[in-house]
Design a protein around this ligand. Structure first.
Ligand SMILES: [Zn+2]
Length: 147
């Protein structure tokens, strides 16, 4: 992980940070800079970007390296964007922020509605679990539970 003296992590847009990342990759490659995605050499004059190694930046990754611009863009489109979208969907479902009925247009009488539509077409208020139990017990023993 590369951290600048002021505590920042190198960004792709800053020339001084790009220079630091390049120099580090140059030293690690013994005078050559290699793309961290395809493994090919990045020559002077090639278009290159600061690429996140391992975890993408959107998921908290801070380890960076040099990658060809084409490789980095292709990798982002093919792997990073779908992976980050999936991770966000999974997290929303895990914490209960998303799921059936939590859309912009929930179904009328759907799972999160306070109404229920029965198979016979009748629409009734949705009862909580204890309400259904009380109704069932009242139907079973209308004059109270026998001893
Ligand atoms: Zn490459």
């Amino acid at each position: 992980m590369l951290v600048l003296p002021n505590g920042d992590h190198p960004m792709n847009s800053s020339a001084c940070c790009r220079e630091i990342v390049w120099e580090r990759a140059f030293a690690e490659g013994n005078g050559h800079v290699f793309c961290n995605l395809c493994g090919g050499e990045v020559h002077i004059g090639d278009e290159w970007e600061v690429s996140h190694v391992g975890a993408p930046a959107a998921l908290g990754g801070v380890d960076t390296g040099v990658a060809h611009k084409f490789c980095n863009r292709e990798h982002g489109l093919a792997y990073v964007i779908p992976m980050v979208a999936k991770a966000k969907r999974m997290r929303r479902k895990h914490i209960g922020a998303a799921g059936p009925g939590f859309t912009d247009t929930p179904l009328p009488a759907g799972r999160q509605s306070n109404r229920i539509k029965k198979l016979n077409g009748k629409v009734e208020p949705r009862l909580p679990r204890y309400g259904k139990h009380a109704r069932a017990m009242a139907a079973l023993w209308p004059h109270g539970r026998p001893e």
